[in-house]
Ligand binder design. Structure first.
Ligand code: GLU
Length: 307
């Protein structure tokens, strides 16, 4: 394995970037630069119903104000060593199919043609509650034998789920230390392929992080459960996982998560309200000044605030 640090920025173009995204991306940038590594920009734009070209453009423009990367959709041909850098293009090239087939042949996945309401109904009937982060656990009564996946040459528009084992998944997070979840109790069988015909987030990031030779994944703490799911995919594909660094989430002074808060300000909103790039960077360096936090949650005018 290469000893060069390789990190990535992986935004999803489903909206304008928030300070919370910036905080995570700056951590990813700083850790990569401190290690003298290579930073990749990968656009996670598989979900066609939520991603838009204008957000794709805006993500690139907004992030470029604050930090730089070495390879990405905007870099010139000579620098494009690990592309394509948009998941939609990787999917068009059929890059995920080969690994879907490996999961199929290895007996890790099964077809799961159920609507959301069928899943909820089965969960209610069998008393399957939500998992650790409140998402509905896929009710085991709807599990199919993994041998049924072998009837499919390609996934097409069939949903496939990963059959999780009934055991703990443990990993050493770089910031948080030993972290663990119980696969069947905390999250359950997760989507590998969506009924809309594209690979799921959990599956596509593992394939991409592996093929792009990422050595450390920096992401928000809200994705801890996803990391546990992804570790199962690494195991199934017999790949060495990268290191994981989960950042603290940006919270308002009353402890609420800012990115989830209704009306929480975008980077564009803060800049047009008069904050400068330097203000924001300084504030982030200090671990978010109270003034910025208030501004993000209340969109107050910055000229009335002390930085
Ligand atoms: N694209 C994901 C997001 O914007 C992050 C992906 C990751 O870090 O794996 O939430």
């Amino acid at each position: 394995m290469s000893s060069v640090y390789r990190g990535r920025l992986a935004p999803s173009p489903t909206g304008y970037l928030h300070p919370g995204h910036l905080s995570t991306f700056l951590t990813a940038w700083r850790r990569c630069r401190q290690a003298d590594g290579i930073l990749l920009y990968r656009m996670e734009d598989l979900d066609r119903s939520r991603c838009r070209p204008e957000f794709d453009r805006a993500c690139l423009e907004d992030l470029a104000l604050f930090l730089n990367w070495d390879e990405g959709p905007d870099s010139d041909g000579a620098m494009q060593r690990s592309g394509p850098y948009r998941q939609s293009e990787r999917h068009e090239r059929g890059l995920y199919l080969e690994y879907w087939k490996r999961l199929r042949d290895g007996g890790f996945i099964y077809p799961a043609p159920y609507s959301r309401s069928e899943i909820q109904k089965a969960a209610r009937k069998t008393g399957v509650g939500p998992g650790t982060h409140g998402e509905q656990i896929f009710p085991p009564i709807l599990r199919h034998p993994t041998s049924e996946a072998l009837e499919f040459e390609e996934p097409g528009n069939m949903a496939f789920r990963f059959r999780v084992p009934d055991r703990s998944i443990l990993f050493d997070d770089v910031r948080l230390g030993r972290t663990g979840f119980h696969a069947s109790r905390d999250f359950g069988d997760f989507l590998v392929w969506s009924p809309e015909g594209y690979p799921s987030y959990e599956f596509s990031v593992v394939v991409d992080d592996h093929l792009m030779r990422i050595t450390e994944v920096v992401r928000g703490e809200d994705l801890l459960l996803s990391t546990a799911r992804q570790l199962l995919v690494y195991e199934a594909l017999d790949w060495q996982p990268p290191a994981f660094y989960h950042c603290a989430l940006l919270r308002s002074r009353d402890g609420q998560r800012l990115s989830k808060r209704k009306g929480s300000t975008t980077l564009r909103g803060l800049l047009s309200a008069g904050w400068t790039v330097a203000d924001l960077l300084n504030s982030l360096e200090e671990g978010f000044s109270p003034a910025l936090l208030d501004s993000i949650s209340a969109t107050k005018r910055p000229d009335s605030l002390e930085l």
